[in-house]
Design a protein around this ligand. Sequence first.
Ligand SMILES: [Zn+2]
Length: 331
Amino acid sequence: MKTGALKFLVCPPCQTELKLEEKSRKAAEIMEGRLQCSSCGAAYPIIRGVPRFVNDDSYADSFGREWNWFSTVQLDSQNGTRQSEETLDATTGWTAQDYKGRLTLDVGVGCGRFAEIVANKGGEIVGIDLTSAVDAAYENIGARERVHLVQANLFSMPFRKESFDLVYSIGVLHHTPDTKAAFDRAAEMVKPGGGLAVYLYDRYGFSNHFSDMIRVVTTRLPLKVVFYLSTVSVPLYYLYRILKLGSLFYIFLPISMHRDWRWRWLETFDWYTPKYQWKMFYPEVHRWFREHRFHRIMMSDEPIRMSGRKSLQRRQHPEAEAIQRVQQLAG
Ligand SMILES: [Zn+2]
């Protein structure tokens, strides 16, 4: 943790500033210590360079394992590709100019694959994650300038509302107990005039029904077992590609069709292990943006990738007001 993080970190329940007690340091990084709330007296430990605001990650522990087992597979700097950068760009539509000199929040930072790109483009980035994935992210990018990593629950973030110029969440909100509530928390963090971008699974397509049935079993198996079962995707990919009926098989047993075998293994594991995996329709996500006064909403398909700008006026967007009125009338 860098001392600069004190400018945006607050005690989650009471929103008060935190006082730093430093125990050990490595260059600019505070490795061990604690953050003390001056109001309610709560204390949050700094362990292995990361301030920790949670002690239970049970519903998302598959991601903690995932990002520690596959910690560098999707990192552009490690695999020599631009795949993470392309996904970030396609989801947000933001450029280096948008990031430079601004504060960006990554909700569900995982191993740090997108946060790394924001830092490369000159932005200051704060990445939160509920799970021990933050340790993999810290290993990958924690010591870099302008990178801050925090272990926190997105439903109780250690920041004040409207603290960030840009907020994005890629492939995360649909893995929480309530996607809409998670979206609300992310949207609240955006300053007026700032940007929000999300990447969510969509509910279109037939193969979803079959993978949901398989997930009934795989989400109950030990993670290590699914870790090995997911290796089936490595050879199965060739079978799906060679056989004329491959696409038909794919409907019944969907796997990642990524060219890189490690990436394919990771993505297949990622699909079959999370406890929650909600899927959305475009209109509902579009409505969520409008409810939070976002305009200039852009979207691209498969999966749902949507971004928008928050209105500078505190007043609600007329459309959002109309929606609320209809909801009130409907009781
Ligand atoms: Zn407090």
